[in-house]
Ligand binder design. Structure first.
Ligand code: BUP
Length: 398
């Protein structure tokens, strides 16, 4: 009988996309797959993607998991981290859902961002299943996460050397990790503790791209015992029947002439940053396709493009016919596959880095927060891109 596997993504497109890809990959390998979807989703992009994914993959079952929303004491708290927390605190609702599945599930894949759920599930008498983590970041950043519960990070040092692992530059570690009170830090430490309870960690990376770290993680020489790390990337693109809009402009451009510019799904740019980037792109004389985000959550992204970019800058861009600016969701993988694309100016979110690596698109990294400096180091070391890391601050701290 085919194994029945359940997957529980957390929040944000950077977490949902690799889960959907893994779900499609498992379903194509004779597994019955159930996707547990935490509701309500934070962004419209997530709910739209879930709907179109399920209609394109009717053999994958969707099971909504209604989470108890958190009342944030900090109205500026990152809505995605609050959703991770809401999922973790709603874990008691999962056992009845999971045990209602037929045929019974044999494994559950959890996001590293909600891995601590395993602590409550693994001891539940009705669930005798294997647990896996899907790591949604680079093996390099994951290797740091594994050691977090046993570390006191000191910002006064230059490098961090952990037994059996390649060393880390302290200045590339997100500042939040030096603050044990930060929600992101407390979450990551509990999630890291759960790693030892899983059968394996699957990751959207590949051996050649991160050889040293992957070999170190599986060497048995780290100071803590780790489950097997399985680099099964790059994850395959899944077919999405919805049509893309920005490709018609690209179709008219010469091969490898356009730089694709995007800083991910969850970083809002300020007006000043938008102006600076826009002026810089114009000065570069390079053709560009620029995807702009001005709100952390797309549901509140209502400002018109002209207002965001500024009328005179937008007119200059249009006049010079050097590029296009869009604020809608684009099909990034299709764009990166397009013959007109010659480079990717990116924040170095891990999915973006892997999507570029898979297609051999060179990257220019402008890292903003989180794991992105670690990812940029990987990209640069692999020879896929450049990263100007001198004198650059953190754009938004977690
Ligand atoms: Br924006 C955007 N279209 O318009 P990352 C993103 N994506 O397909 P992030 C689109 O979202 P985290 C768009 O291809 C990638 O799969 C993109 O993930 C896709 O960055 C995903 O690159 C974005 O990891 O997430 O969004 O900052 O903070 O979790 O790394």
């Amino acid at each position: 009988m085919e194994p029945h596997i359940a997957l529980l993504p957390s929040a944000g497109m950077g977490h949902l996309m690799p889960f959907l890809r893994l779900a499609a990959m498992l379903a194509s390998r004779n597994c019955k797959v159930t996707l547990l979807t935490a509701q309500p989703t934070v962004s419209a992009a997530e709910s739209n993607h879930l709907n179109s994914f399920i209609s394109a993959h009717p053999h994958i079952q969707r099971l909504d998991f209604q989470v108890v929303p958190l009342q944030s004491s900090n109205p500026h708290g990152d809505p995605f981290f609050l959703q991770f927390e809401a999922i973790i605190r709603s874990v008691h609702l999962l056992p009845p859902l999971l045990s209602s599945l037929s045929p019974p599930i044999s494994a559950l894949f959890l996001d590293i961002a909600a891995a601590t759920c395993i602590d409550k599930l693994a001891d539940h008498p009705s669930l005798s299943i294997s647990y896996y983590i899907l790591s949604t970041t680079s093996a390099r950043f994951f290797s740091l996460i594994t050691h977090l519960p046993h570390l006191t990070l000191e910002s006064s040092c230059e490098n961090l050397k952990l037994h059996g692992l390649p060393s880390f530059s302290i200045s590339n570690i997100p500042p939040a990790l030096f603050n044990p009170q930060n929600l992101f830090t407390t979450q990551l430490i509990s999630n890291a503790r759960a790693i030892s309870r899983v059968k394996g960690v699957v990751s959207n990376t590949f051996h050649w791209f991160e050889t040293e770290t992957i070999e170190a993680l599986n060497s048995g020489k780290t100071s803590i015992t780790l489950p097997q790390f399985l680099p099964i990337g790059p994850f395959k693109h899944y077919e999405d029947p919805e049509k893309s809009s920005s490709l018609s402009w690209l179709d008219e451009q010469p091969a490898k002439s356009v730089v694709y510019v995007s800083f991910g799904s969850r970083t809002a740019m300020s007006k000043d940053q938008i102006k600076e980037i826009g002026e810089g792109l114009l000065k570069s004389k390079q053709k560009f396709l620029w995807v702009l985000k001005s709100a952390i959550v797309d549901k509140v992204e209502e400002t018109e493009l002209q207002e965001l970019v500024g009328r005179s800058l937008l007119e200059k861009i249009e006049e010079k016919k050097q590029g296009i600016v869009v604020k809608e969701w684009v099909k990034q993988e299709e764009i990166l596959t397009h013959h007109a694309i010659g480079g990717f100016f990116s924040h170095c979110g891990w999915n973006s880095a892997m999507e570029a690596a898979q297609r051999g698109v060179p990257m220019l990294a402008w890292t903003l927060n989180g794991d992105q400096r670690f990812n940029a180091e990987v990209v640069e070391k692999a020879g896929l891109g450049l990263w100007q890391n001198i004198g650059v601050g953190w754009v938004r701290d977690w």
